[in-house]
Design a protein around this ligand. Structure first.
Ligand code: ATM
Length: 236
C-alpha cells in the first residue's frame, strides 16, 4: 500500500541509481520537470556534489587526467561520504523537513556498488561510514536503472568521461552492475529495478509510476493541492 501524504509532514527521499550510461541524469531531469509541472515542491541533487564543498570534492574524485595521483578505494569511500554528509545536512534534510520531494541522482548504494562490489571493500565497513555520514538517512524508494556494463560504457564513450570510465576495466563495471542488482534483491521493498535499455519515454513512465507509488498521484494527493502555499517554494 502506498503511504498517504500527511499535510505539513515530512517529504519523500527518492534516489536514482545505476551503472554508467543508464540515463540517470536525463531521467532525473525529466522527472524533476514533471513534478514541477504538477506543482510539487521538488529538489534534484546529484552525487557527488550539490553543495559548494561537494562540487570541489567531485572535481577531486572524478578528474579523468591520467597524470593525476591515483586515488585508492578507501579514500574514494571517505570522500564520497564527505560530500554526502554535507549534502544531507545542507540540502536533503532541510527540504525533507519542509515537506519537499527530494530526488537524488546516486546516493549511498553507489558507494556499496562501486567501492564495495567493484573495488572490493567490505560492505559492513562501508555501511558504518554511510551511517556516520548520513545520520542514518535512507531513501524511501530507490529506482535502479539497470543495463549491461558494455552497453552503458559504449553510450558514455567520449562523452563526459570520468576517472571511473577511463581507469577501471569493464570487469569492474560488471561487478558494479551485479552489486546494484544484489542490493535490489536484498531490499525488494525499497528498490524498483527498471530495464534501462528500453526507450527513454518508456523508462520515464515507469520511473514516474514508481515515485508516485510512494508520494501518491500528482497533482491529486500531492501537497500542491493543499492550501499551504507550498508550490511557491518550488526551487528553480
Ligand atoms: P556520475 O556518473 O553519476 O556523475 O557519477 C560519477 C562517478 O562516481 C560514477 N562513475 N562511473 N562510472 C560512479 C562514481 N561513484 C562512486 O564510485 N561512489 C559513490 O559513492 C558515488 C556517489 C559515485
Amino acid at each position: 500500500m502506498s503511504p498517504t501524504p500527511t499535510p505539513g509532514g515530512r517529504g519523500w527521499f527518492i534516489t536514482i541509481e545505476g551503472p554508467e550510461g543508464s540515463g540517470k541524469t536525463t531521467q532525473a531531469e525529466r522527472l524533476l520537470a514533471d513534478a514541477r509541472g504538477a506543482g510539487l515542491p521538488v529538489e534534484l541533487v546529484r552525487e557527488p556534489g550539490g553543495t559548494a564543498v561537494g562540487e570541489r570534492i567531485r572535481d577531486l574524485l572524478l578528474d579523468a587526467d591520467p597524470a593525476s595521483v591515483p586515488i585508492g578505494p578507501r579514500t574514494d569511500a571517505l570522500l564520497f561520504n564527505a560530500a554526502r554528509a554535507q549534502l544531507v545536512r545542507d540540502v536533503i534534510e532541510p527540504k525533507l523537513a519542509a515537506g519537499w520531494l527530494v530526488l537524488s541522482s546516486r546516493f549511498s548504494d553507489s558507494t556499496l556498488a562501486y567501492q564495495g562490489y567493484g573495488a572490493g571493500l567490505a560492505l559492513d565497513d562501508l555501511r558504518s561510514i554511510e551511517r556516520f555520514a548520513t545520520g542514518g538517512l535512507r531513501p524511501d524508494r530507490t529506482i535502479l536503472l539497470d543495463l549491461p556494463a558494455e552497453i552503458g560504457l559504449a553510450r558514455k564513450r567520449g562523452v563526459e568521461e570520468t576517472r571511473f570510465e577511463s581507469s577501471f576495466a569493464v570487469t569492474f563495471h560488471r561487478r558494479v552492475r551485479e552489486g546494484f542488482l544484489a542490493l535490489a534483491r536484498e531490499e525488494p521493498g525499497r528498490f524498483v529495478v527498471l530495464d534501462a535499455t528500453q526507450s527513454m519515454p518508456t523508462v520515464a513512465d515507469a520511473l514516474r509510476a514508481a515515485v508516485q507509488d510512494v508520494t501518491g498521484p500528482w497533482p491529486l494527493g500531492s501537497r500542491a493541492s493543499e492550501p499551504t502555499g507550498l508550490p511557491e517554494r518550488i526551487h528553480r
